[in-house]
Design a protein around this ligand. Sequence first.
Ligand code: GLA
Length: 721
Amino acid sequence: MKRLIYLFILSLFCGNLLAQESPIFIETNNTALVYKTDRQNKLMQVYFGEKLNDADEYSNLFSQNEAYMPAGMDNLYEPAIRLLHNDGNPSLSLKFEGVEVSRVDENVSVTQITLKDDVYPVEVKLFFKAFKNEDVIEAWTEIQHNEKKPVMLTHFASSMLQFDKRDYWLTQFHGDWAKEMLMQESQLTSGIKVIDSKLGTRANKFQAPMFFLSMNEPSTETKGEVVAATLAWTGNFQFNFEITPTNTLRVISGMNPYASEYHLKPNEIFKTPDFIFTYSFEGKGQASRNLHKWAQKYQVLDGEGERLTLLNNWEATYFDFNEDRLVELFDGAKKLGVDLFLLDDGWFANKYPRNNDRAGLGDWQENKEKLPHGIGYLVEQAEAKGIKFGIWIEPEMVNPKSELYENHPDWILKLPNRPEHYSRNQLVLDMANPEVQKFVYDVVDQMLTKHPEIGFIKWDCNREMTNEYSQYLGENQSHIYIDYVKGFYNVMEDLREKYPELPIMLCSGGGGRTDYGAMKYFTEFWPSDNTDAYDRIFIQWAYSYFFPANTICNHITSMGNQSLKFRTDVAMMDKMGYDIRVEEFTDEELAFSQQALKDYDRLKDVIWFGDMYRLISPYEESRAALMYVHESKEKAVFFCFDIYTYRENITNPVKFQGLDPDKKYEVKEINVQEGRRRGPFMGPNAGDSVYSGDYLMKIGYNVRGGREDLSSHVYEITEVN
Ligand code: GLA
C-alpha cells in the first residue's frame, strides 16, 4: 500500500514517467473506477465496480479498454472524441500526461487526468468528481488546442465507461407529450444501441436523458448490480451502448454529435456537460437513493430547502380569466391553506392579446383588459389574503402574431428561404444571440424589480426546434444546438446571481425539461401535463428513479375520474399542489383537502428528505406501493394504490423496508374521507395498530380494503416507546 501511495504522489510530479506503474483510483464509499496506462502510455480503464478491500490488488488488473477512445488511429468502434486538425488530418492519439487530485472537502474530490496528442497541440482533460457518501461520480471533459486556426470537433463525449460482464440489461424511458417516462427494459445485443434526442430546446419528450444498466441479469429494487446514469444537459443528448465482439460494453455519453460539428478556436476550452452516475450492488432502490441524496445536497437549487404549496389556475381557467376572477380564486387558495397562488398563461400582451395560444407570446406586458390594475394589484390582493403570488412566463419563445416578432425578426430561429414551421403556433428565439439572452434576462429582471414580492415563477418552454437557422451564428450554424443551451444557462447564471433564492419551477410543455443541467437553477419541475392520477402513478414512479420527491410537482386537478382522495394521495407522493376550482368543492371535499394539506405540512420533511423505498411496482402488479423513511427511522409515510381492483385480487401484505427492526411503530391511516371506511379489513392486521419494524419488514402490512376501483391509502408510521 505504502508503495502505491508513494508512486501515486510521485506521479503527480513526474506524470508519464511512472505512468505504467501507478493506477489512478476514483473512489466512493462502495465503488472504484480505476485507470492505468499501457506500454504506449495510453490511458486504460482497468476496473469499474465494487471497491476492493485491498487497493494493492488493483495492480493485478489488466485491460485493453482505452479510457477515452479517439477516432482516426487504431480504433474500430464508436469514438469518444473525433476532430479534424487545421491540415485536414482526422486523427487523434491521446497519451497520458499527468493526474491531479484535489480534495474539495471530506466528502468530495476531483480527479483530473490530462491526455495529450503526441503530434498535434491538442489536450484533453478528463474530470471525475467523486461524492464519497452518496456513491455518485460526475464525469466531464475539457478539450483545448493550440493550432493556428479552429479545429473541427465532431464527437465530444462527456464520458466513456466500459464493462466486462456476461449480459447487459438496459432500462430506458420513452414517451411523448402527456405520456412521459414510460419504462422499457431489454437486453442489449451486439452492435450499437443509441438513445438520443434532437429536440434542441429540451432533452426529454421522446427519450428521457437517463437510464439504468443492469449487469448480467435484470436488477430488482433490492437486488442486482446496476448503474443509474443521467446527463446534466438541457438539450440534445446521446447515450451510445456498443457491445464489441469480445462482449465488452462501451457506454459513451454526452451531447448529441448530430449536426453539431463545433469549430473550436485556439485556446478556447470546450467543456462538456456532466455525466452523472452511481453504481449500486443492491438494486435500483439504492441507486435512486444515492441520486436523491446527491441531487438535494449538491445539484438542485436549494435542494435541501423549503418548498411552497400552491394553487395554479391553468386547468381551472385556461386563458379565460380577468382580475376579479383571479382575486376570487385567491380566496380558494386561502381557504385550502396553500402558500401561494400561481397565475398561469394568458395574462400578457395588448396589441395581440394572449387569449389563446395563437397570439401574444413575447409581449410581456400585462394585458390591460384582463388586468387593468396590473400585476402589482394582484400581488397586493394576494398578500392581503395571506398568500404569496407567483407567475408563469415562457420567455424563450414567440408567436408570429406578436410585437416581438414584428420588431425583432432577426432574433428568431427560422430558415431565411423556407416557410416558417410552427409548433403550438410559436417559434423559438435565438438564445445563442447575446441580445436575445439580454432580452430574456430583462423579462424576468424587470418584472422582479417592479414587483419584488413575486414569490414564485413557472418557467415554460413549449416547443422544440425545427427548421432552425440562427441569424447570429452566420457560418457556424452547426453550433446552434450547443450554443442555445449555453445561452439559456448564461441567462440562468445571471438571474441566479441576482435572485439566488426565488423558487422557479421548470416546465417544458409538461416534462420536456427534466435534467440536472437545468436543475442547478430551478427548485422543482413539472413532470407532465397529464394530471390524470392513474397515469401519474406511472409517470411519478419513473421520475422517482432519478429525482428526489421535493423536485417533482404533482397537482390535484379535475382530470381523470378518480375520487378526490385518490388524486390527493397520488399528489402527496412528491411535492403536492392544486390546479382545480376550489369553489366547486363540496364542504366534505374542502374539509378533506384542508386536513390533507395540514398532514402534508407535518409530514413533508419525511416525504421530501426521507429515504425512498419503492415496494411494489405498478409495472409488475395491479397496485403500487412506496414509502419514505426519515433518517432517524422514527417516522415514515407509506402510500399504496390499487389499480384494477376487480380484475386481480391481490391480498398479500406489503413488506416494508428501511425501518428499524427493533423499534415499535404505530401505523395510522391518514387522508381518510369523513364517513368512508378505513382500510384494511382483512389479513394479518386490521385497523391502526402497533407492530415492530421486524414484523412490518418480514410479514408486512395488509392494505387491501377499498371497494372502489382505484382505491388508495396513506399511512403515517410513527415510532412508539
Ligand atoms: C404548458 C404547461 C402547462 C401550462 C401551459 C400554458 O403546456 O405545461 O402547465 O402552463 O403550457 O400555456
